[in-house]
Design a protein around this ligand. Structure first.
Ligand code: NYM
Ligand code: MG
Length: 213
């Protein structure tokens, strides 16, 4: 019997969209249903590259924008062998930000075009589904925790959101993040369950490339 692979599910969105809450709730619910599922998040601040990103985001160091962009991408590449292994052994990964954030944030903060920003992530495992959590500026502004890190500025968010929309392909869906937590969770759970079922016998794709890995 061949092992059915897990799915690579990504939540994207601006700061304060509710991604981390929803990622956690999804993994808890999938696990309760007997489905092997784990959280991953980017940036992964536990690695050496991640520690450098953390220092940059917390204003402890200054780095050129191009360097930071490549660090974020490199942080995904250093995790990709392990992620692929988990997925191919049957575990579904629910990922809090991925390459979408990489391109959308750098393009918004530097004015570089999206194709330049996407290039370093080409060939990473392709998400089977990217759920883009959309929140209104009012809801975003009302949520706690603004202001401590670089990029967490309300005036940047509209540009980031517009970039995220430009990155949408057939694997992306939008989800209304203004709804209450349980309603958003129910929507994401339905999407997750159907994606897990749909992809279990299909090869994992390569990001920004059409051939399977
Ligand atoms: N961010 C995140 C990027 O600029 N590029 C990336 O590739 C990723 C994954 O890091 N403001 C930004 C978006 C966030 C910041 O993420 C930290 P979080 O989810 O707040 O820990
Ligand atoms: Mg944040």
């Amino acid at each position: 019997m061949t092992i059915k692979r897990g799915a690579l599910l990504v939540l994207e969105g601006c700061d304060r969209a509710g991604k981390s809450t929803q990622v956690q709730k999804l993994v808890t619910e999938l696990t309760a249903r007997g489905i092997s599922a784990e959280v991953r998040r980017f940036p992964d601040r536990t690695t050496e590259v991640g520690k450098m990103i953390d220092k940059y985001l917390s204003h402890a160091v200054e780095l050129p924008a191009e360097t930071v962009h490549l660090l974020f991408s490199s942080n995904r590449w250093e995790n990709c062998t392990e992620m692929k292994k988990a997925i191919l052994s049957g575990t579904t990964l629910i990922v809090d930000r991925y390459a979408g954030s990489g391109a959308a944030y750098t393009a918004a903060t530097t004015g570089k075009d999206l194709s330049w920003c996407k290039e370093p992530d080409r060939g990473l495992p392709k998400p089977d589904l990217v759920a883009l959590l959309e929140v209104s500026e009012d809801v975003q502004a009302s949520r706690a925790g603004w202001g401590s890190e670089r990029f967490e500025r309300i005036e940047l968010q509209q540009k980031i959101s517009s970039n995220l929309h430009q990155l949408m392909d057939e694997s992306w869906v939008t989800v209304n993040g203004n709804d209450d937590i349980d309603k958003v969770h129910a929507k994401l759970l339905t999407l997750a369950l159907s994606t897990i079922e749909t992809v279990k016998n299909k090869p994992l794709g390569e990001l920004y490339n059409s051939k399977p890995l």
